[in-house]
Write a protein that binds this ligand. Structure first.
Ligand SMILES: C[S@@+](CC[C@H](N)C(=O)[O-])C[C@H]1O[C@@H](n2cnc3c(N)ncnc32)[C@H](O)[C@@H]1O
Length: 238
């Protein structure tokens, strides 16, 4: 099921204890009018109004509101992944702990091909955090499937390339996540037939991969043009 709207409002209408797995890629609030380099060109770092902090009372309050609804929706054995950078992730972690989530791992997604620096006065940014947390005492983890990837225990640092051009055929989204990243998360922490929710759907990566892997899906997106990209992408899977 896909919803066009604000995730907090939509989630309030959904049933408690109904979701097995949540992946959330919320606004990082890094749209500060700075510059970056993309495909060799100097571009603005601004992603859109949805990524501007001035549209919210505070970052902690924003994160608390949507994390609270996610907590209510998760099954007692369910778990949640939240991605971010230093701009948002410490707020996410603080609010998660306040709400009762238990942190399982903090994964580093190391990007094998990060963009070059525009000002050559610091180290190149090459990773994002992804917090993995649970609601109850137990959680599902497919240890064997993860072991089989490299024939060893999977570490919490994952080197994966950025989004491929073949993943962008349904339209452009400024912060699209790679399908390989979602594939690993979904295979590791859900089973076939489980319900997977993404409250910040964007171009639809989570639900697209989850549907391909035979999971049930709920996706919520507030921006109509991204909602349409996501819908067409997800409906392309028969
Ligand atoms: C970081 S992007 C997610 C990108 C996504 N993971 C992908 O692979 O395309 C965050 C998305 O959340 C949407 N968004 C922001 N605030 C929202 C809200 N309150 N409810 C639902 N969607 C929201 C934005 O429009 C944006 O598309």
């Amino acid at each position: 099921m896909l919803y066009l709207g604000d995730c907090v409002k939509v989630m309030k209408e959904l049933n408690s204890n109904s979701v097995n797995l949540i992946f959330a890629d919320p606004p990082y609030f890094l749209s500060n009018d700075g510059l970056s380099i993309k495909s060799g060109k100097i571009v603005s770092v601004n992603k859109g109004d949805w990524d501007k902090l001035e549209n919210h009372s505070s970052i902690d309050e924003f994160n608390n509101e949507w994390l609270k609804e996610c907590y209510r929706l998760l099954k007692p054995t369910g778990s949640i992944w939240v991605s971010g950078t230093r701009h948002n992730i410490f707020s996410v972690e603080k609010e998660m702990k306040k709400l009762g989530y238990k942190i399982i791992n903090i994964v580093i997604w190391h990007k094998s091909d990060p963009p070059p620096l525009i000002y050559k006065n610091k180290f190149k940014f090459s990773y994002e955090f992804i917090i993995w947390a649970k609601k109850g005492r137990t959680h599902y983890f497919n240890y064997d499937e993860m072991y089989s990837v490299n024939n060893e225990e999977m570490k919490d640092v994952w080197t994966l390339p950025a989004v491929g051009m073949d993943e962008k055929t349904f339209g452009y989204h400024p912060t699209q996540k790679p399908e390989k990243l979602l594939e690993r998360i979904i295979l590791a922490t859900s089973k076939k037939g489980d319900l997977v929710l993404d409250p910040f759907l964007g171009s639809g990566t989570t639900c697209y991969v989850a549907k391909k892997l035979n999971r049930k899906i709920i996706g919520i997106e507030i921006t109509e043009k991204y909602f349409n990209i996501a819908k067409n992408r997800i409906l392309s899977i028969k």
